[in-house]
Design a protein around this ligand. Structure first.
Ligand SMILES: Cc1cc2nc3c(=O)[nH]c(=O)nc-3n(C[C@H](O)[C@H](O)[C@H](O)COP(=O)(O)OP(=O)(O)OC[C@H]3O[C@@H](n4cnc5c(N)ncnc54)[C@H](O)[C@@H]3O)c2cc1C
Length: 362
């Protein structure tokens, strides 16, 4: 039986290992810290269908179906049923583009319904839409349930190097030893580019740093949808927000991030504080239903590919496979399947190879 190593137990590595189990392969997941402690940290993410690249929409539609299957199999709610709301002038075009995807129903919202669904939002009468099957991903539930299923495969160790040997096997050197595998899948988030370079693959990822703040809902009356604001009506043109599983807390972040050096140092540490201040200022203007004192911070790395904010790609050669991209939480189930198929067959499934530039803008 083939033995496959997955490096990284963020949502993508866990999804890959879960899919590999279904292929009947032996799988070992090597993770240096707690599962879900990297870019997958924090209590919620947005599941949305609208993307600039229709090929990515197709994958995300399939991913939504897989999230539902995971819910059945793992016995826990993983995507809340309260929808994803977006506002801004770009909304009608986004809604139109989704018309050809019957499994991704969206509808435009009148101001009264917007205010009913988003009672924490200040008055707004511009374009708004509801992505009916979008919603908040229960990130800690997903990481927890997958980790539990994969307990016997999870190993705490730090991977130093990955090397192809002349006999076709792949050697992995870790903090505590050296082992060979039939195939290695690198899902190490910001660690991927460095590990894969030594195996001869070049992943052109741009590293940036980001902050997202949690705020208390002043008068919690019921579940809130996720929210994206591209309107500029409240002084920012790229804002996203997502409820925690606890309805008293709502997370808000700017789409902006700040550059980092390839070695992981933030270029201007003060810029992170500025992003946090701008987020608080936005909440004061746009979300009067939230108390403006942040109750928590998620600081994290953004690994962005040159072809877009939602760009994603798989690199694979001779027993080593790597994945990179940003905003990967929502498509983790379908991406995990694609990575598992790559490891088992040696072929990247159609559309996922980095050369296809999946998720490209324009
Ligand atoms: C604040 C924020 C908001 C976001 N919003 C959204 C959103 O709304 N929707 C969405 O879909 N996505 C969103 N994203 C992006 C999404 O969270 C990430 O794309 C996704 O979590 C990446 O998962 P991953 O498994 O690839 O990486 P990670 O979660 O970073 O996992 C990589 C793992 O590899 C381990 N590792 C690294 N190097 C080594 C090594 N040498 N040896 C052993 N282990 C190693 C790390 O410890 C880590 O646990 C957001 C991200 C952030 C931070």
């Amino acid at each position: 039986m083939a033995h496959i190593a997955v490096v990284g137990a963020g949502i993508v590595g866990l999804a890959t290992a879960f899919a590999l189990r279904r292929h009947g392969t032996q799988v070992t997941v090597l993770e240096q810290g707690p599962p879900g402690g990297g870019q997958s940290a924090g209590q919620s993410r947005i599941f949305r269908h609208a993307h600039a690249d229709p090929r990515l929409v197709e994958q995300v539609v399939r991913s939504r179906e897989l999230w539902r299957e995971w819910e059945d199999e793992l016995g826990v709610e993983l995507v809340a049923r309260d929808g994803a709301v977006a506002i801004g002038d770009g909304v009608p075009a986004k809604a139109k583009a989704l018309e050809r995807f019957p499994d991704a129903p969206v509808r435009l919202l009148e101001p009264a319904e917007l205010s009913e669904r988003m009672p924490v939002l200040a008055g707004y009468d511009g374009p708004a839409m509801l992505d009916v099957r979008g919603g908040a991903i229960r990130t800690t539930a997903a990481v927890g349930a997958l980790s539990e299923r994969l307990t016997s495969s999870l190993t705490t160790d730090h991977v130093l190097s990955v090397r192809r040997r002349d006999d076709g096997a792949v050697e992995v050197r870790t903090g505590t030893g050296s082992r060979v595998y039939d195939h290695v899948v690198l899902c190490a988030g910001r660690g991927t580019a460095g590990l894969v370079r030594a195996a001869g693959l070049d992943v052109p990822v741009q590293l940036r740093a980001h902050v997202r703040l949690g705020f208390e809902v002043a008068d919690p009356r019921g579940p809130l949808p996720t929210f994206q604001d591209g309107s500029g009506a409240f002084g920012e043109t790229g804002v996203y927000a997502s409820p925690y599983p606890d309805p008293r807390c709502y997370a808000v972040g700017l789409s902006d991030s700040t550059p980092a050096h390839a070695d992981g140092g933030v270029v201007d540490p003060g810029a992170i504080a500025d992003l946090a201040d701008r987020t608080v200022a936005y909440v004061l203007r746009a979300l009067p239903g939230l108390r403006p004192e942040p109750v928590d911070h998620v600081h994290c790395w953004v690994t962005r590919l040159p072809w877009g904010e939602d760009g994603v790609g798989i690199w694979s050669a001779d027993g080593v496979t790597a994945v990179s991209g940003h905003n990967l939480f929502k498509q983790a189930p379908v991406l995990g399947e694609a990575l598992a198929a790559t490891a088992v067959t040696g072929q990247v499934p159609a559309g996922w190879d980095h050369a296809a530039r999946l998720g490209r803008e324009g």
